[in-house]
Write a protein that binds this ligand. Structure first.
Ligand SMILES: [Fe+2]
Length: 375
C-alpha cells in the first residue's frame, strides 16, 4: 500500500555527525551565515552521550553533533562513516498521525514517539530507519515552530530571522548515492508516499572513452511539501570506478552525497561564499568557452548574469527555452577541511530561473567538474 499523506510540511533540520565540530561551526556560520543559537544542556549531554549545536538561517536548521562518549548514536555513526548527514528531520502536522501511517506502510521505527516541552511549545518526534545506510528520517511536530529550538538544548544567542547573507530560500533537494537504486525508490514510494519527479541516465564514456563514469538517477518528491530526494546508482562500464560508487566507498556505504540550497540570487550568494573562503569546484575553462553556443542551441539565450560573471564566480547553467537553473558546487568537506575523515559530503547552490528540472547538462558538468576536482 502506498502511503498517500504523511503530513510533511518542510525539512525542519539536517543533522551532521562530526569528529571535530569547530571547522564545521565556522563553515556554516562564517560561510553560509547560519546563526549558532543553541547547544545541548549539561543533562542532555550526560544522557545522550553527545553535544549538539543548533545553527539556523531562515526556516532551516543545521545540527552539528559531536560524540562525548562511546555509547551514543553519533559514536555509532562515526564508527562506520566519515563525517556526514546522519538524520533528516521532517516537520509534520501531527507526529502521532505520521507514525500511524508509517506503521501501516511497514516503516521501521527506531524508537517510540517522544514528547518534550521546549520553550513555548510542545515537540513530538518519531524516527525511522532508511535504506540510505545509517541515515535516519525523523518526523517532528512542533507546536511553536517559530521558536526554532530543539529538545535538550539551551539557547545561547537570540535568533535574528532577517540575517541571511546568502538569500536562502531553503533546501532544493538532497541527493543520495547507493550501489543499487530500486530498494530506495520502493522505500520512497511505498513507505514515504513520494512520487517520481524526474529521471535520467548517462555515461561520460561517450566523451571520455575508457575513463568516463555513468549514473542512473531518479528524483522522488513529496507533492504536498515539494521536498525532492535525488537518488543515484552507478552505470556500467566501469561500474566500480564510477563516481557514484567511489562516493559510496568514501562514505563507508550508501548515504547523502550532497545538499542543494536554493538561493534567490546565486551571484550574490557566490560572492559572499568566496569572500568567506569557501571554494567551489573548479570548472574547466572549456566549459565557459562553449557556453555561449550552448545557450543559443538550448534556447536559453542571453543570460543575466553574463557569461563573464558566471566564469568569474564558477557558476554553471543548464536548461532550455522554458527555463533554466544556475548552480555551483562547493568543494567536498574532506577537501575543504583538509582531512579525509571530514567525508565526501558537499553543498550545492541553485537558483531556479523557471527551470524545474535537473538537466542532464548539469549532471554532466558536475561529473566533468568532479573528475577534475572532487575525485
Ligand atoms: Fe544536486
Amino acid at each position: 500500500m502506498a502511503n498517500s499523506n504523511l503530513g510533511i510540511r518542510r525539512i525542519h533540520s539536517i543533522e551532521i555527525s562530526v569528529f571535530d565540530v569547530e571547522p564545521w561551526l565556522s563553515y556554516w556560520t562564517r560561510g553560509f551565515g547560519f546563526q549558532h543559537i543553541a547547544t545541548s544542556s549539561g543533562d542532555a549531554i550526560e544522557t545522550s552521550g553527545s553535544r549538539r549545536h543548533l545553527l539556523r538561517c531562515r526556516d532551516l536548521g543545521i545540527v552539528l553533533q559531536e560524540k562525548i562518549h562511546g555509547g551514543s548514536p553519533v559514536a555509532r555513526f562515526l564508527a562506520k562513516h566519515p563525517e556526514g548527514i546522519s538524520r533528516v528531520n521532517f516537520l509534520v502536522s501531527d507526529a502521532a498521525e505520521a507514525e500511524e501511517r508509517l506503521l501501516e506502510c511497514h516503516a521501521t521505527p527506531t524508537d517510540f514517539v517522544t514528547s518534550n516541552t521546549i520553550a513555548r511549545g510542545q515537540w513530538r518526534q518519531v524516527g525511522i530507519a532508511t535504506p540510505l545506510g545509517d541515515v535516519e528520517f525523523c518526523f517532528v511536530e512542533h507546536t511553536d515552530e517559530a521558536d526554532g529550538l530543539m529538545p535538550g538544548m539551551e539557547q545561547t544567542a537570540a535568533f535574528d530571522p532577517d540575517r541571511d547573507p546568502i538569500g536562502l530560500k531553503g533546501i532544493d533537494h538532497l541527493t543520495a548515492n547507493m550501489r543499487t537504486l530500486m530498494p530506495v525508490i520502493a522505500f520512497f514510494e511505498h513507505v514515504m508516499g513520494f512520487k517520481r519527479y524526474w529521471d535520467v541516465q548517462f555515461h561520460t564514456n561517450d566523451i571520455r572513452p575508457g575513463i568516463g563514469s555513468g549514473l542512473k538517477s531518479i528524483v522522488m518528491w513529496d507533492e504536498e511539501s515539494g521536498i525532492k530526494m535525488a537518488n543515484n546508482e552507478p552505470l556500467r562500464p566501469r561500474f566500480n570506478e564510477s563516481q557514484v560508487q567511489v562516493n559510496v566507498d568514501d562514505n563507508g556505504g550508501p548515504g547523502i552525497q550532497h545538499m542543494s540550497l536554493e538561493v534567490v540570487d546565486i551571484a550574490k550568494a557566490a560572492e559572499h561564499l568566496a569572500g568567506s573562503g569557501i571554494e567551489f569546484l573548479p570548472t574547466p575553462k572549456a566549459y565557459y568557452e562553449s557556453l555561449p553556443n550552448r545557450l543559443q542551441a538550448s534556447g536559453i539565450g542571453d543570460l543575466e548574469p553574463p557569461v563573464s560573471d558566471l566564469q568569474r564566480l564558477g557558476l554553471l547553467v543548464d536548461g532550455n527555452k522554458d527555463g533554466h537553473v544556475l548552480q555551483a558546487f562547493c568543494k567536498d568537506q574532506s577537501k575543504t577541511f583538509g582531512r579525509r575523515n571530514a567525508g565526501p559530503l558537499y553543498i550545492e547552490l541553485i537558483q531556479r530561473c523557471g527551470g524545474r528540472g535537473f538537466g542532464e547538462g548539469n549532471f554532466r558538468a558536475l561529473f566533468e567538474a568532479a573528475e577534475s576536482g572532487n575525485r
